[in-house]
Design a protein around this ligand. Structure first.
Ligand code: ATP
Ligand code: MG
Length: 220
């Protein structure tokens, strides 16, 4: 059973003539791991925006867990909630996804949105902060953190949602050796638990991911 199926998608940024993704097709089965590679500008981030319903291809189809994801379908709030509960997205630049007053609130944001009880929210928030070694930073403002600390906060925030599918855009970039090890161990366990993983990495970090299929994007 495919968790993700992309059929011949072409993506063109509004106002641009040249497509960034052209006739791209691939599948990721439930519990699979897809490693996305490609030079700077090859379209990895663009593809991830499409997979997360933040951009829509001009041609082709995208199916998530059997449902075709379109702007119209996601326009229905019930659909959009369901979709975003199942897929978690780590942006390449954590600055674009951190907006709360404290690290604790940032990590608790997703569980609260999902309507979990205060106890369950607190438990998940603390677990995820522990997982990425940011417990000591709980009351700090994300805005004032170092680059690597921001990345770890963003990682804790997406994993707090415990999504079926994790889409990670260069998750290891900017992390020190110890944080890389924590993330590597987390991804291994996540994968072993039968969840689906899609990650963009450059060569030097590929060995930090569970074994998976490789999709190599080319600069068009
Ligand atoms: N908002 C935008 N408007 C127009 N063109 C864009 C926009 N964002 C990205 N692009 C272009 O799309 C192409 C793909 O960019 P993208 O960010 O997807 O690449 P990438 O593979 O993630 O690169 P990197 O390894 O540097 O992160 C690039 O040529 C980029 O200039
Ligand atoms: Mg990118």
């Amino acid at each position: 059973m495919n968790m993700i199926e992309v059929r011949n998608i072409t993506y063109v940024y509004p106002g641009e003539g040249k497509p960034v993704l052209k006739d791209l097709s691939f599948c990721v089965e439930k519990g699979g791991c897809l490693i996305v590679k490609g030079d700077n500008g090859a379209g990895k981030t663009t593809l991830f925006r499409v997979l997360n319903g933040l951009a829509f291809p001009v041609k082709g189809q995208y199916f998530f867990d059997g449902t075709e994801i379109t702007e119209k379908w996601l326009g229905v709030s019930r659909n959009s909630k369901l979709f975003h509960k199942k897929i978690g997205y780590l942006f390449q630049n954590p600055d674009t996804m951190l907006f709360c007053g404290t690290v604790y609130d940032e990590v608790a944001f997703g569980p609260r949105q999902m309507g979990l009880s205060d106890d369950e929210t607190d438990r998940r928030t603390r677990d995820c902060m522990e997982l990425f070694g940011i417990t000591d930073l709980a009351s700090k403002a994300p805005y004032h953190l170092s680059g690597g600390q921001k990345k770890r906060t963003a990682l804790a925030a997406v994993t707090a949602l415990n999504p079926e599918v994790l889409v990670l855009d260069e998750p290891f970039a900017g992390l020190d050796r110890k944080s890389k090890e924590l993330l590597k161990e987390f991804l291994k366990e996540y994968h072993e638990a039968g969840k689906t993983l899609i990650a963009a990495v450059h060569d030097e970090n590929q060995c930090e991911l569970p074994a998976g299929e490789v999709l190599e994007l080319q600069v068009v």
